[in-house]
Design a binder for this molecule. Structure first.
Ligand code: TRP
Ligand code: SF4
Length: 400
């Protein structure tokens, strides 16, 4: 009934690298053709951990948007915007904070984990504790149905669902809800009201999902119903109150674990990255100086690919033929490591060439980027304002 809306955000905390490309951006590029997509720069989220170094955030915001565009995220297909340019996120965050049990936040696995991981920083702040709630506001304010995230973020999406449910439970039940729903039902007219009631019973008594869908379709067709009555009748179907905020699903993307230059996962904190728009000479040099099978000291020694980080890169970049060539050549000392690395270098450069070209366009004319974002900010803000109107009304804040 409601079309899917995909939303995802990324924190601007430094250069994007090939791990971001293979893990996230490639996915976004594909999804933008399949769904309505909103992608945003989570600059406030970056501030929760980088509050003492905001300069890096400002620079990273624009670099990151250029990286997205370079990777093929297309403003004609997706809305790109900056979180802090849609201040409604902050308003929803504040209002949701009123109903958020402290324990829910304190128990988030990411809370303790991150505090330990970033132990050099004082993260016993109010803002950091509220990180997942700000994320919930980001998602709920667009009534997003799907949120593509990495596995570590799944608890945040589950938390978001619980917050939405709690909100609907507390504020979706207006006084006299049942009576009002019955009055709205009468407005449907005799025949349709009867059909609605039959379908509702079938759903509520027998759990008949088809009946639920038919009833929703019936409501969809009723152009003359007021917004409020329509929401009531939707809510009445499933027994609860009005559904003001909708529960999102996480969309786990096939976790492509991009290996870094040392065989560990590619990550800034391991210092093993190749950035998205790294210059060609540097890419070649980094791969050429990568460690290989430690047991293969001389060119004449045979090697074992499974002990070699270069082999992992072949898994990402090479077809079967090249992989067989490398595997055989390594185990028989038929090829040297420099030779083995060349196809990986070539494939990386080929992958990055169009990205560098696209980026150049935006680096030559930064107003293009500013305009794309200004456009996106405006579109996002309209959507956010619609939800906030409903939220304020539900919470009894539409006076004045
Ligand atoms: N917490 C996310 C991350 O670190 C970034 C983020 C902020 C986000 N708000 C979001 C992701 C909303 C999805 C939806 O990756
Ligand atoms: Fe690694 Fe290739 Fe050298 Fe074998 S030949 S050790 S797989 S780089």
């Amino acid at each position: 009934m409601f079309a899917d809306r995909v939303l995802s955000g990324m924190r601007p905390t430094g250069n994007l690298h090939l791990g971001h490309y293979h893990g996230v951006l490639k996915n976004w590029v594909q999804m933008q053709h399949e769904f309505e997509c909103l992608f945003f720069v989570a600059d406030w989220h970056a501030l929760t951990t980088h509050y003492d170094n905001p300069q890096i955030i400002e620079k990273s915001v624009w670099d990151m948007v250029v990286d997205w565009l370079a990777a093929g995220v297309d403003p004609a297909h997706a809305t790109l915007f900056i979180q802090s340019r849609v201040p409604e996120h902050a308003e929803l965050h504040l209002l949701l904070s009123m109903i958020t049990p402290l324990g829910w936040l304190e128990r988030m696995p990411t809370y303790k984990d991150q505090q330990e991981k970033l132990s050099g920083k004082d993260l016993s702040t109010y803002g950091f504790l509220g990180y997942p709630l700000l994320q919930s506001a980001d998602i709920l304010i667009y009534r997003a149905t799907q949120v593509p995230v990495g596995e570590d973020q799944v608890p945040h999406i589950e938390f978001t669902r619980e917050i939405a449910r709690r909100f609907n439970h507390i504020y979706g039940r207006e006084p006299g809800f049942e009576e009002k729903a019955e009055i709205a039902l009468k407005k449907l007219g005799g025949k349709k009201a009867k059909l609605y009631s039959e379908l509702r019973n079938r759903y509520q008594e027998q759990g008949d999902d088809e009946a639920l869908e038919s009833a929703k379709a019936l409501l969809d067709e009723q152009q003359s119903l007021s917004h409020g009555d329509r929401e009531r009748l939707f809510g009445y179907l499933e027994g609860g109150g009005k559904m003001i905020l909708s529960e999102p699903q996480s969309m786990l993307t096939a976790a492509s674990r991009m290996p870094g230059l040392d065989g560990q996962k590619m990550s800034k904190s391991y210092n093993n990255t190749i950035s998205l728009r790294e210059d060609e000479a540097s890419v070649a040099k980094k791969v050429r100086t990568m460690p290989t099978d430690p047991a293969r000291i001389r060119r004449t020694d045979t090697g074992e690919p499974t002990r070699c980080p270069v082999w992992q890169l072949h898994q990402v970049y090479s077809g079967d033929e090249v992989k067989q060539w490398a595997e055989k050549g390594c185990r028989s000392a038929g090829i040297g490591c420099i030779e083995c690395k060349q196809p990986v270098i070539d494939a990386m450069l080929q992958e990055q060439r169009p990205m560098r070209e696209r980026a150049q366009l935006y680096l030559d004319d930064p107003t293009l980027v500013k305009n794309i974002i200004a456009d996106g900010n405006e579109k996002a803000r309209k959507l956010a304002q619609e939800t906030m109107r409903d939220v304020r009304e539900a919470m009894g804040l539409s006076y004045g």
